[in-house]
Ligand binder design. Sequence first.
Ligand code: NAP
Length: 275
Amino acid sequence: MRQYGILAYPAAHSRSPLMHNAAFKAMNIDAYYGVFEKKPEELEAFMREVLERPIDGLSVSLPYKESILKYLDQVEPAVQKIGAVNTVVNKEGKLYGFNTDWIGSNRALIEVVGDLTEKIVVILGAGGAARAVAYGALLAGAHVWIKNRTKEKADAIAVEFAEFFSTQIHSVPLGEMRTGDILINTTSGWTNGMEDWKEEMIADYINLDYLANYQAVMDIVYTPLITPLLETASEIGVNIITGDKMLLYQACEQFKLWTGEDAPLEVMSKALEAV
Ligand code: NAP
């Protein structure tokens, strides 16, 4: 039986096992997807275990998307640019790193707004996920404005990515408002619970009066599924895209990397909905 799993800390609440185990079952693949909740000091030993057992593939989540790089034999060009890995394939004892987050976010966006060419995408946040989302948007021909609490991180992404793409990427200071076609929240700090939500929390990022100008608003945070930002957008009639879509589509790409087969989208989607 082939072994796969999610490497993260914490990892207990991950939805990935449900999706991937349902997919293996539906496709009659003799494989099991487990949870590898490892503390940072356990990472080195765990990566030895991946080769020794062996474990055939990993989904990689916080906080290991960057620190896992040094254990890999080879990474795809997208990983080199994004600087983060969310998928590992163990092929005959060699570890290969991929990033499927950008594919997931592009697919989630395109199914609602269509072609991204020349669209203006405003990204809130500049962590690992923002880098993947920005990479995907630029690759699809969009222009990107990126805003972050720690502006230096947004500046760094803008400078790095401007070298690779012909479309524009700029960082925007907090407090300065830009309208665009698509607004994407990738910050993790606002949405822990609806009870905590206050509009002032995002006042520096987005003037809510501007929301109506957007064609769509996506929040990649999926707990809760309808975040306060999405609820506000939905109330004024703007298309919303929930974070489970990116999660689903990036998982479908992982499945394909591990098995060589197209993922059973409906099965995985139903497994995710059942959570
Ligand atoms: P990360 O690298 O830790 O980045 C976190 C981002 O959130 C940074 O921009 C950080 O700003 C910002 N932030 C955190 N707390 C904040 C606060 N209180 N106020 C304002 N900004 C705050 O994390 P990540 O990997 O980018 O992931 C971000 C979120 O996306 C997580 O919730 C993760 O679960 C989710 N995610 C979803 C998917 C999906 O498939 N749907 C995929 C990947 C990630 P600073 O730079 O100023 O610290």
